[in-house]
Design a protein around this ligand. Structure first.
Ligand SMILES: [Zn+2]
Length: 104
């Protein structure tokens, strides 16, 4: 399941992110939802931007920020396991692609 959203740069590496692969069927991003950058494999968490004065926050004010080590440790164990599994999966894909590239 992939959810598309307004393009935004990864807070880790600056890669343009415009889609998220969800771990569950419910993939609308909400504050506190975690994700992984497909480019640098950094952990991300959805959060509200700093609101502009006098403006109500809405869904378009959600943005992804770095997930700190402390926030990671505060996550439930199954969420941490999902993140680590997804990260390992991305590392594996990268390794496979590097091997493929080396053969040329
Ligand atoms: Zn990144």
């Amino acid at each position: 399941m992939v959810m598309r959203y307004a393009e935004q740069p990864c807070p880790h590496c600056g890669a343009k992110l415009d889609a998220t692969a969800g771990f569950e069927d419910d993939i609308e991003p909400r504050v506190g939802d975690v994700a992984i950058c497909a480019a640098c494999h950094g952990f991300l968490v959805w959060a509200y931007k700093q609101p502009e004065p006098g403006k109500e926050l809405d869904e378009s004010d959600l943005t992804q920020v770095k997930l700190t080590a402390r926030e990671f440790n505060d996550l439930p164990g199954d969420v941490r396991a999902d993140l680590l599994r997804a990260q390992a999966h991305l590392e594996e894909i990268k390794k496979q692609e590097a091997l493929k590239g080396a053969k040329h």
